[in-house]
Design a protein around this ligand. Sequence first.
Ligand code: ATP
Ligand code: MG
Length: 416
Amino acid sequence: MRQSKLFTKTRKDAPKDEVSKNAELLIRAGYIHKEMAGVYSYLPLGLNVMKKIEDVIRKEMNDVGGIEMKTSVLQSREVWEKTNRWSDDVVDNWFKTKLKNGGEIGLSFTNEEAYSNILKQYVNSYKDLPIFPYDFKEIFRNETRSKSGIMRGREFYWKALYSFSKDEEEHNVFYEKMKVAYRNIFEKVGIGDLTYLTFASGGTFSKFSHEFQAITTAGEDIIYVDEERRVAINKEVYSDEVVRSLGLDKEKLVEKKAVEVGNIFTLGTRFSEPFDLTYKNEKGEGRPVFMGSYGIGLGRLMGTVVELFADDNGIVWPESIAPFKVHLIELVSKDGAEAVKNKSLDLYEKLLGAGVSVLYDDRDLRAGEKFGDADLIGLPWRVTVSDRTLASGLYELKNRKGGEVKMVNETDLFKI
Ligand code: ATP
Ligand code: MG
């Protein structure tokens, strides 16, 4: 994309009321726009990153047998009354509204009820199970704390998969597969080394649920990490008894601040029984479906990546989710302007032809401004075309992450 066509511009300052590093940098670099506390619009660059993250997650979900669908945001009161989750005393973060012709509705804050209500229509026999539908969706929560930028939105975008199995045994097989799928996702977006499988409270059907917690001072959770075994315990469930039952050594656990980027949960029959979501087994006997839920917040993940890798000059994207791989900088001097422009355009077209995504800075700005913007926007590779290129045939190549700069010829440039 030509940067002259990108309507967003970088800015020196974020809004005064913005206190989180992730939102501050993303706003300054033109990825997001702050509508109000906890509510952000995604601008072209931000949407590009979200889509990359979505693709990473979608692939892993499809590989474990997930089937994508889309549940509605507007939810009917009757459905939620079945599980007693409509009441404000039970769930206090609903956004609710009224229909003109009467009746209250809610904006979905989660999906269990919607799924059970739909699946009830289609699940009859053991032959229909197991199934693993999922969706990417906007979720609305009237969060009281919203000081973590896109890591805690009042409106946010997530992936939620629900598993519907015949029994606990079948459920457990899938649950373990999801642990691996989640690990793959966090590896691919570049935070694998910093993300720990964390034991948290489980509810009626299992002793624990599992959170994927990424270590960052921007996180709102406290966890106790066993570095060697690469697991952790959430402070909310931490007790000597829990440490013992997991076979961990209290002495080895280190307290860290972390953010929950995803979680997996055994729901059992908590959301199937109220909907009479049952199936007939081989003997024709009715049995409740055994469920699990598996969430990941995409905005939270994006914000976490920004928090973890940004430096003093701006954002540093891992290549897997960067909006473009290459930031091509055209540096024109007075003399060779036309020739440099032609050379840059030629390289831009060759890179696109080779399937490389490029943000082409064809704007009429000084070198310092272009380089400053490139650092702030944070694409993995900066390639500069200047008078020197015309003379030597070499391009200046800079790696955003490590900061190394070298001169390369065109053949080597295409090896990045
Ligand atoms: P938290 O304890 O941090 O509020 P949660 O337990 O409410 O999270 P879930 O309801 O299980 O989280 O949602 C699944 C995933 O959605 C979380 O693991 C997280 O990645 C993401 N998520 C939850 N709340 C938000 C939010 N307000 N903004 C952005 N992402 C969120
Ligand atoms: Mg929450």
